[in-house]
Design a protein around this ligand. Structure first.
Ligand code: LR7
Ligand code: MN
Length: 593
């Protein structure tokens, strides 16, 4: 799992950097959002809801998901990869719109409903820990923009379901001027009908972005501790107490949970290894392995870990300390950079930042950000510039060496932030690098002698489950590449089987990938699910390259929710397409083992 995880994050960050760079180009899905028709969200009008309506009403789901549908309240930790199965046009629309508007599988999210159990991913020793009974009360702040209703509600309910009521001072939802009409009307109604009175909804008159959005949320909060969450999270067992405890000990300690992975394609919740936050000179957040020196000690794997930076979305902090420390930089827009800014500020101005291994919260990791910013502005660059000019002293040159075009760019007025830094008597960025992030490599003007730190995660290959020809039962032909099997983007077709041809041999591994002749992976387009399957470089992050063999010899594609079939079994062309799984002959496959 750690390899998958590494790859996931790798893909995630590569994609998120990519999204930033094509900010100014109009890209489908990044355009201003139009409201989604109501029918795409689970209904909740009949009293308190444990389960979204569609799951109960659609008998076809009940048939093929057995226990899932009969007892969806309980959820299913071993969520089936076939949970996204498409049965009709409506399912297809929910799935496609979900990917377009939210960049994750909304069909599965809706089917899961607002409550589910998640696997307890904590180290076993965490279960033996006890916490003081006089912990400070928490205000949970969730800022959202055009979030999928079911994902937002699952975030809220996971908090309600897994937090002792006496610690939960309030939940503050900040609607950052979402354009999805449902979200506005239905949320208000849902809160009134189904949520406890200490759930508050704050509406931004105009889009502020997540940074000012969180500040607005915090200004309404009255609890002792602020806890920030993204709007597509699920908190795990006993998540809050381990966060509150170190803040009770020392109000200048800021804490983050370990962020578990919720797959954007399957919604499966899986454990993350304990890593800590770093960054690169492009001012992008990254994960680093924890140095051994940090892991030694009597508490072992459960001890808090000092972290140079935080990912940004999930953390807890004393409310008064948040204010003293200057909240956030209100000149930062929409998305990006605030996570490094607050991290540097915490360390340089006398606080500390810890990751708490016994607190776990899942987050849906998506491959792209589904929304743009007003005017298509590259807010990550704007925000990073502000942070570089306020906090990084001479080391901002490291950033400009990589982004020379930003040197002359206007970043607004930073006088207040510079003054704040002076007033609080904060240490230099050099101090931060020397003491908090000594692993950081420095070249060029600010270079110093440094021991390189090698991080070797050990690239483990997924275990092979089967290896052989992939037969189409009806035609008795084999699945092969239409052109050369090493050609990226090439289509697959069925042809006469040839037992001496390595180019007909598929590997099926534990990651559910299908790899032809050990070269490329069978893949589908995530956004255009009507495109035929093709061969692509294996990306190792599941979804579009994840296939399962199921009932009726079907070959099921996880992110598309459909089965592979031969378009016209009588034609010699042997073309493939994805279609609703119906168990018919053109959809039947057998993989040799
Ligand atoms: O204009 C906006 N207004 C908002 O309210 C844009 C976004 N938002 C909300 C949005 O609905 C979501 O709840 O802000 C939250 C974060 O936005 P995402 O989920 O699109 O961001 P992300 O998860 O891709 O980005 C990570 O980095 C961001 C930098 O600005 C924020 O700090 C996010 O909180 C942060 N997420 C995490 O740290 C979760 C773990 C990811 C990792 C690693
Ligand atoms: Mn997020």
């Amino acid at each position: 799992t750690s390899v998958t995880w590494t790859l996931l994050l790798f893909v995630y960050f590569n994609f998120s950097e990519e999204t930033q760079s094509f900010k100014n180009v109009p890209v489908k899905g990044l355009e201003p959002q139009k409201p989604l028709p109501k029918k795409f969200y689970p209904r909740f009008t009949r009293g308190p809801v444990r389960v979204p309506e569609p799951q109960r009403k659609d008998s076809s789901i009940g048939n093929s998901f057995g226990n899932h549908a009969q007892d969806p309240v309980k959820g299913d930790m071993e969520l089936s990869p076939e949970m996204g199965m498409i049965f009709n046009e409506h399912d297809q629309q929910v799935r496609d719109l979900g990917y377009q508007k939210h960049a994750f599988n909304m069909l599965i999210s809706n089917r899961l409903g607002y409550h589910r159990e998640v696997p307890d991913t904590r180290d076993a020793k965490c279960r033996e820990k006890s916490y003081p009974s006089d912990l400070p009360f928490a205000s949970i702040i969730i800022c959202f923009y055009n979030e999928a209703f079911s994902a937002l509600l699952r975030t809220v309910h996971s908090v309600l379901d897994r937090t002792p009521a006496y610690l939960l001072h309030e939940i503050i939802l900040v609607d950052d001027n979402s354009e999805l009409v449902d979200l506005k009307k239905d949320l208000e109604e849902y809160i009134k009908k189904n949520l406890p009175r200490n759930t508050k909804l704050v509406r931004n008159e105009k889009r502020e972005g997540l940074i000012r959005g969180r500040m607005i949320g915090a200004s309404h909060a009255t609890g002792k501790v602020l806890v920030f969450l993204d709007s597509h999270c699920e908190v795990n067992e006993m998540w809050l107490q381990p966060l509150l405890s170190p803040i009770r000990e020392d109000r200048k300690t800021v804490v983050c949970p370990v962020i578990d992975i919720i797959s954007a394609d399957t919604l499966i919740y899986s454990s993350s290894p304990v890593v800590r936050g770093g960054f690169n000179w492009g001012l992008h957040f990254k994960w680093d392995l924890v140095p051994l020196s940090e892991l030694e000690g009597p508490e072992g794997a459960t001890a808090p870990i000092k972290s140079p930076t935080m990912a940004g979305g999930l953390f807890a902090m004393d409310r008064e300390y948040f204010n003293e420390l200057g909240q956030y930089d209100s000149g930062m827009d929409i998305w990006g950079g605030e996570n490094l800014e607050i991290s540097f500020r915490i360390w340089m101005c006398g606080g500390r930042l810890l990751i708490i291994p016994c607190s776990r919260v899942g987050h849906i990791f998506r491959k792209r950000r589904p929304y743009g910013s007003p005017g298509g502005k590259d807010t990550m660059a704007h925000n990073s510039l502000r942070l570089a000019h306020v906090w990084m002293d001479e080391y901002k040159e490291q950033y400009f060496a990589l982004r020379p075009e930003l040197r002359a760019r206007n970043y607004g007025n930073i006088t207040d932030r510079v003054e704040l830094r002076k007033k609080m008597n904060c240490k230099s960025f050099k101090w931060y690098l020397d003491n908090i992030y000594p692993e950081m490599q420095i070249s060029g003007p600010n270079a110093k002698a440094q021991q390189p730190v090698f991080i070797n995660r050990g690239q483990k290959r997924p275990k092979i489950l089967r290896r052989g020809r992939l037969y189409h039962l009806q035609t008795n032909k084999c699945l092969v590449a239409q052109g050369h099997p090493s050609q990226k983007g090439g289509l697959v077709v069925v042809r006469e089987c040839d037992y001496n041809d390595q180019n007909q041999v598929w590997i099926y591994n534990e990651e559910h990938e299908l790899i032809l002749n050990n070269l490329l992976c069978l893949d589908v387009s995530e956004t255009r699910s009507s495109d035929p399957p093709r061969l692509m470089k294996c990306h190792g992050s599941g979804g579009s390259q994840q296939w399962t063999f199921g009932k009726n010899n079907r070959l099921y594609q996880v992110s598309v929710g459909q089965c592979m079939k031969v378009v016209d079994p009588l034609s010699h062309k042997g073309y493939m397409t994805m279609a609703i799984c119906d168990g018919s002959l053109p959809q039947q496959w057998h993989l040799e083992s």
